[in-house]
Each structure stands twice: as C-alpha cells, then as structure tokens.
Design a protein around this ligand. Sequence first.
Ligand code: AMP
Ligand code: ZN
Length: 112
Amino acid sequence: MLNNDCIFCKIIKGEIPSSKVYEDDKMLVFKDIEPKAKVHLLAIGKDHFKLISEADEGRAELLKYILLKIPKIAEANGLANGYRLVINQGEDAGQTVFHLHVHILGGEKLPW
Ligand code: AMP
Ligand code: ZN
C-alpha cells in the first residue's frame, strides 16, 4: 500500500521526479537528492511503512528481496570496491522520510 502524503510514495507513483537507477514491480532505487557520499542511492520497497518493527511476514519478504537485489545494483553503479548500507530508524537516528529506505553509500573511502 502506498501513502498519498509520502514523498517516496509520490516518487514511486511518478508524481515527483527522481533519478532512478533500478525499478521492478517490488522496489525502486534512485539517487539521493543530497548525496552524503560520491555515490548515494536509496532503495525502497513499493509498500509504505516506516520501521522494521512494522514488518509482518510479507514486508520481511520485501526487505529480503531488496537486500538480495542490492549487490548487483551497487556493482552496476560503481560500488564494486565496497559500500555501506544504512537504515535510519526513528527520531534519534534522524529519520526524515517515514518510508523505510536503505541508504547505499560509497564510490569513495567513507570517512566514518
Ligand atoms: P533519512 O534521514 O534516513 O530519512 O533519509 C532521507 C533521505 O532522503 C535523505 O538523505 C534525503 O536527502 C533524501 N531525499 C529526500 N527527498 C528526496 C527526493 N525527493 N529525492 C531523492 N532523495 C530525497
Ligand atoms: Zn511511502
């Protein structure tokens, strides 16, 4: 299910432009608009929920699907030398978009 007020759901629906690098019926990967590394991609599932703790079996399957797709997508986007995956969860992590997303960061030696 998508959410009408969610910026990432709007990207999925094509209502907001994005720089897509991969899409299929279950997920989308696009470039972060404010990159924190030379390569900064965001992987999202086509289901609106905020936290891993909200995942039921179906959503867990979706997360697994996304994780298993990431290595090939990363390699195709210049990350053969390594990359970091980050999933911010809630306020203390600074989560600003409440549609669960996996940050894919790399393209350089990461400073942290
Ligand atoms: P988080 O802080 O983990 O919630 O990360 C949200 C990320 O979404 C940030 O890195 C933003 O730069 C990114 N972001 C927000 N709006 C857009 C957008 N329209 N297109 C691409 N990335 C976005
Ligand atoms: Zn959403």
